[in-house]
Design a protein around this ligand. Structure first.
Ligand SMILES: NC(=O)c1ccc[n+]([C@@H]2O[C@H](COP(=O)([O-])OP(=O)(O)OC[C@H]3O[C@@H](n4cnc5c(N)ncnc54)[C@H](OP(=O)(O)O)[C@@H]3O)[C@@H](O)[C@H]2O)c1
Length: 337
């Protein structure tokens, strides 16, 4: 089988296409022929070795993949050859609260990922692909989709009529917009691009703002929403946190997810956060149960992930470079078949 491998933290140019034998599944394992793998911002960090002390080398990159069951090992009853499946981001976090042990095996980080023609998954780490999704679409769920699900539904507990603020038009944020709309919420969405803002409106964003031409977007969001938004899906990190604190209502939540915006321009408004009894809620993807819940919700609402562009397997480096440019809207996917 062909797969991409990184021998060390050499960046995109160090991605090497190698040949390996197809592995055979053991007890309670499933061999999946992967047909699609999607990229996340995290993958731009892992190719440079920036994923922390647990990152392994050599590494097959990417956490997210979908495909078809090829062979099942002994004791596997839940899946049969030919079933379409999606793999979970964390192989050992089936459900319940996160723990060190459950979060140890993160695909494309501490264990090999999905940029490969075949991969063995433990049976408990797979969910069936919703019938209305192609494998390309389904491959976008495990990291960005589940993270947005955790932020908006599981931890954010958003209810109909509440207001959610999303930042930018990357994978997590577009999923968060779609999930918030499914939950009956009002969405204030931002982007640095007026062209992308038109696409946000088409996806159902109720209010849109250009965060470059409206640098006080948090203050504006607070005014527009009345008392402040119920939830901010914080993908910018400390660089956007001050505006997020301004945007959030008393008692509201900031789901802290990403690091896109770099360092803050001024001191953090943490006293304001204290006085407003806001909740800063860290989010780290989610479990297999969360992936299943997201798949169920997308099925019920017949919602499809937004795919920006699909690259061929031989164009993996170009896919990473496209992602790094930040011009995408939604998800970047590599077709493996
Ligand atoms: N904690 C977790 O479990 C978890 C899971 C997934 C991702 N993440 C993190 O979440 C972040 C987003 O990941 P992703 O895969 O969705 O990234 P992505 O697809 O690469 O997102 C890129 C987009 O983010 C927007 N952006 C960049 N800088 C921004 C800023 N200063 N303010 C607002 N928006 C900005 C831009 O949108 P416009 O072009 O529209 O301006 C850009 O196109 C990353 O930091 C990633 O590491 C964390």
């Amino acid at each position: 089988m062909r797969c991409y491998e990184l021998q060390g933290p050499g960046g995109i140019d160090a991605l090497a296409l190698v040949d390996k034998p197809v592995p055979q599944p053991g007890k309670a394992e499933v061999l999946v022929r992967l047909t699609a793998a999607s990229l996340n911002y995290r993958d731009l960090l892992t190719v440079k070795g920036g994923y922390g002390s647990r990152q392994k080398f050599p590494l097959v990159p990417l956490s997210d993949g979908a495909g078809v069951v090829e062979v099942v090992g002994d004791g596997v009853a839940a899946f049969a050859p030919g079933d379409r499946v999606i793999g979970s981001f964390f192989e050992s976090w089936i459900g319940g609260e996160p723990s060190e042990q459950r979060m140890r095996a993160a695909l494309g980080g501490s264990v090999d990922g999905t940029l490969t023609e075949y991969r063995i998954f433990p049976v408990h780490a797979l969910v069936k692909t919703p019938a209305h999704l192609t494998d390309i679409e389904a491959s976008t769920l495990p990291c960005a989709g589940v993270t947005a699900w955790s932020a908006v539904i599981k931890l954010g507990a958003i209810r109909p009529g509440q207001t959610v603020l999303t930042q930018g038009t990357g994978g997590v944020s577009i999923f968060a917009l779609q999930i918030a709309k499914m939950a009956g919420a009002r969405v204030i969405a931002t982007s640095s691009s007026d062209a992308k803002i038109e696409r946000l409106k088409a996806l159902g964003a109720d209010v849109v703002m250009n965060y470059k031409s409206t640098p006080d977007w948090g203050k504006r969001a607070r005014e527009i929403s009345g008392q402040g938004v119920d939830l901010v899906v914080e993908v910018g990190g400390v660089g956007t946190l001050n505006e997020s604190i301004r945007a959030t209502r008393i008692g509201g939540t900031i789901a802290f997810i990403g690091v896109l915006a770099g360092a803050p321009a001024s001191e953090l408004r943490l006293p304001l956060m204290v006085m407003q009894q806001q909740r800063l809620q860290g989010v780290t993807v989610g479990s297999v149960e969360d992936l299943q819940a997201l798949a169920n919700a997308l099925t019920t609402h017949q919602v499809k992930p937004v795919v920006d562009r699909v690259f061929e397997f031989g164009e993996a480096r170009a896919a990473f470079a496209h992602m790094a440019r930040g011009a995408h809207f939604g998800k970047v996917v590599i077709a493996i078949a």
